[in-house]
Design a protein around this ligand. Sequence first.
Ligand code: MG
Length: 363
Amino acid sequence: MKIRSAEIIRLSIPFTDGSSGVGLMPQQWTHLDVALLKLTTEDGVVGWGDGFAYHCVGATIAALQDMVLPHVVGAEVEDIPAFNHLLQKRLHLHGRYGITIFAISAVDTALWDIAAKQADVPLARLLSDTPRPAIPAYASLVRYGDPAQVAAFTKDVVARGFRTVKLHEIALDCIQAVVAAAGPDVRVTTDVNCNWSLEEAHRMMPEMKRMGLYWVEEPVFPPDDAETLGALQDRYGVAIASGENACTLTEFRRTIPKISFTQPSVTKVGGVSEAVAICDAAAAAGRNVMPHSPYFGPGYWATLQVMAARPNAELFEFFWIQPEAFIDPDIPKPENGMITVPDRPGLGFEPDPAVLARYRVEG
Ligand SMILES: [Mg+2]
């Protein structure tokens, strides 16, 4: 494929989450920022991708414009993983990870969308001869910081058919309230987002074991300290999950052998190419993958397609918030805890022009 043109579309979509504003970040989070990338080939095939943009949408867009797209527009791409590595090599002076690779992720995902459309198959079919038609999903709740509130939201998602619930709670009383509310048939996990000190982790992990948490995510900082994570898992017998803030297979090679669940994020790790490579490396080590995917751009569709193609990708993360609009109104959502993989050619993502026009932000 030869890439004729690239267009970046910046979106800001308001959402509600029912919380009192106790968020994961110091500032309140009220809008989904999206750095949407549209690539068009010389023969007019369109591919969509997005780069991670949570509180960094301007930086991701600048990286696309200034660093990445000059290597993409006009390029002839035959082998997408090889082209991805070429971009990584050419741009490594800007720092291998973070914003640089978020921007490369958008390009890689759009290229795979094009490749699957050219083959006239869903991406999962391009990646596997035996893709799964549907994937189990879990509800990923925001941090409420209030035991009664988080228990009520848990009961709600369980009533809707979810069998696994992920919290972003860090306090023991909130986690205890959920375990009591969820009942014995529901698996509970919590994402600490690195908020515990190592001392706190040593106090909390026995409690997590006692309550039978399915995994504890990023318990301590830094989340790429494979030795510490592995030691916590081994000492307390509770599965540790980490990886949403790591990039490329190179970084994942350190944590995969140490922890039960690895968590590549398509919009952060380097797109579909790196996510597939990470799933395969995890499979070779006998590990399952719990991808990070809590936003609703093309990366959501790409995650589903990769998961459909890789049987060790266990649970899809469905972020339990209510956006004012979805970029593609046909977004597949979990029903009774299962989410159907789109069977349109490519990722299956097709943005609604009216939504793009309404939520577009210039600059
Ligand atoms: Mg997480």
